[in-house]
Design a protein around this ligand. Structure first.
Ligand code: SIN
Ligand code: MN
Length: 290
């Protein structure tokens, strides 16, 4: 899938591109039906909401679930990011966020690259996110919110929030969010939230400031978030477990466009469980040959 010149301009200006319904209901169903089985596992890779059993985030399903392994190699997702970053990509992070009906908690305002830099020593912002909706997303079930154009500020000040929710995040304080929203147009477009059917996709810049509210509706808002990084920009520290920040920098090879609906061979290295090495962490900066 090639991006148009207008889409390149729009991405540069706003920091995101929205593709409503780019995956068909049939394709999306191959993923959705897998999720309850993955969420039911008592494994480190399932992070639950604070004080609750509902899954907030499932990590690294592309390494142990065939449908998600195929999604991780899908050309409709990989090719536009490769075009925007101009380089081969590897998977830095892969998560299925639950945001379950009545249970899904907030994601505070943050930039993903802030966390990738501070925790993982990713050298530059040459990495970005793809969100794929597995449920319809409406104003009721905690849609993602963006401050358009905020990626142009580069990395902004953030503090490490280890307490508010069950998942640590480098979050941005309210004063700065107020300023960024004002500069983006205040009540006229200073915050946007792409909404659409299951199967929609958003590409967004690693420095785009985003958040989402809690889900007080009865409707789940399961979404996949893939973080793709230019191979030369791979992380330099393994401070977070491997199921959160991946250590295999092999370039992604895409599958054919019909891969969700047909059988293609994919490797599932963690199918029999997480290897002990995936839990080992280090605060050392790693040296890689130039
Ligand atoms: C994220 O920012 O990583 C997740 C946000 C969300 O799922 O709403
Ligand atoms: Mn994020």
């Amino acid at each position: 899938m090639k991006l148009t010149a207008a889409q390149h301009q729009q991405f540069d200006r706003d920091g995101y591109l929205f593709f409503p319904g780019i995956f068909s209901p049939e394709e999306t169903r191959t993923l959705t039906t897998e999720v309850p089985g993955l969420y039911s596992r008592r494994e480190d890779y399932n992070v639950r909401e604070k004080g609750r059993d509902a899954v907030r985030t499932n990590f690294a399903a592309h390494l142990y679930s065939k449908p998600f392994a195929k999604l991780a190699r899908h050309p409709r997702m990989v090719e536009p990011v490769q075009e925007l970053l101009g380089e081969a990509l590897y998977m830095h992070q892969f998560k299925i966020n639950g945001k379950m009906g009545f249970e899904g908690d907030v994601w505070q305002w943050h930039q993903d690259y802030g966390t990738w830099r501070n925790d993982d020593l990713m050298p530059t912002e040459r990495a970005m996110n793809v969100a794929i909706f597995l449920d319809d997303v409406s104003e009721f079930n905690g849609p993602l919110m963006f401050i358009p154009g905020s990626h142009k500020r580069g990395v902004v000040d953030a503090k490490h929030d280890l307490t508010t929710t069950s998942y640590p995040l480098w979050t941005i304080d309210n004063g700065l969010i107020g300023q960024l929203v004002d500069r983006a147009g205040g009540k006229n477009g200073g915050i946007v939230s792409p909404k659409g059917p299951a199967g929609s996709m958003i590409l967004f810049h690693g420095c785009l400031v985003h958040a989402s509210g809690s889900n007080l509706s009865p409707w789940n808002r399961v979404s996949v978030y893939l973080s793709l990084c230019a191979v030369s920009n791979h992380i330099r520290r393994f401070k977070r477990p491997e199921f959160i920040a991946h250590r295999d920098f092999t370039p992604i090879e895409t599958l054919p466009d019909d891969c969700l609906l047909n059988d293609y061979p994919v490797e599932l290295p963690w199918k029999k469980g997480l290897p002990a090495s995936a839990l080992e962490t280090s605060t050392d900066e790693l040296k890689f040959a130039a």
